[in-house]
Design a protein around this ligand. Sequence first.
Ligand SMILES: Nc1ncnc2c1ncn2[C@@H]1O[C@H](COP(=O)(O)OP(=O)(O)O)[C@@H](O)[C@H]1O
Ligand SMILES: [Mg+2]
Length: 275
Amino acid sequence: MNYKKNCMNYWFPKLVEIGVPTPKTVMIDMDRVSTKFVEGMREMFWMRELNEEQIKALVTFRKILEEMGHRIGYPFFLRTGQTSYKHEWSKSCFVQNQALLMKHAQTIAEYSIMAALKGGLPINVWAVRKIIETEPIFEAFLGQMPITKEMRYFFKDHEILCSHPYWPEHALEGHVHKDKDWKEKLSGLNTLLDEDAALLKKLTEKVALRFDGYWSLDWLKGKDGQWYAIDMATGDDSYHWQGCPNRKEKNMGSRNKPRRQKKKKKKEKKKKEKK
Ligand SMILES: Nc1ncnc2c1ncn2[C@@H]1O[C@H](COP(=O)(O)OP(=O)(O)O)[C@@H](O)[C@H]1O
Ligand SMILES: [Mg+2]
């Protein structure tokens, strides 16, 4: 996992410089404010006693995050440099008001600390973003995440490789709330108008010119018809559409998968091994 390049503080300032549409965003790297913040969050998670410096760092974090929220306005989108824990939407990245802000930040931090990766995901960088109004077709996962039009583009050495809808059917199977026709709706969502495809190609080419190496770039369509660049990660660390010739086995997408699903996969693997 390339934490340095996957982090928002690596790619987001570049996107702003390039000038493609992005939601208004404020970011903080807590390592620059206090070296005790990450330590304090981890200690708090394990319910160990905090020292004075760690407590001070956590209080500073709260004040900074509240200030950032005030600047963007509620509700807003909250994430770390690495993840939003989107599957828990209404309890994680979607922050309705200030009273819930710290609870949501802790939920994202907890997920990051417990991420099934060596040492967990870094939690030093935090971003508060303006919510892009969208037209969701249904809600999914425990957090009632709105599923809406998004596309993922892959580019390598400044050239576009391929593009895919963001949501494959198998990722939503068993997770959609109260909608019998969801598969039909999803197939409509996953079809791109020619004019949208032409626009996204042009915008992705602009971005690709300025990044070396292999990348994924996610676009989300707003209610107003505008496409926004919202997320990037190295190509090797990104889920890649099944059946695409550019997909490698390691692109199964363990980044950002709901935990329950991961466990199930492990169980299935063990069963197979036994046989
Ligand atoms: N500013 C925003 N407004 C509305 N929805 C958003 C916004 N940013 C992200 N999303 C939604 O949340 C999902 C996860 O956000 P993202 O920043 O890509 O985090 P992650 O790294 O967890 O995937 C996106 O795929 C999109 O559906
Ligand atoms: Mg994403």
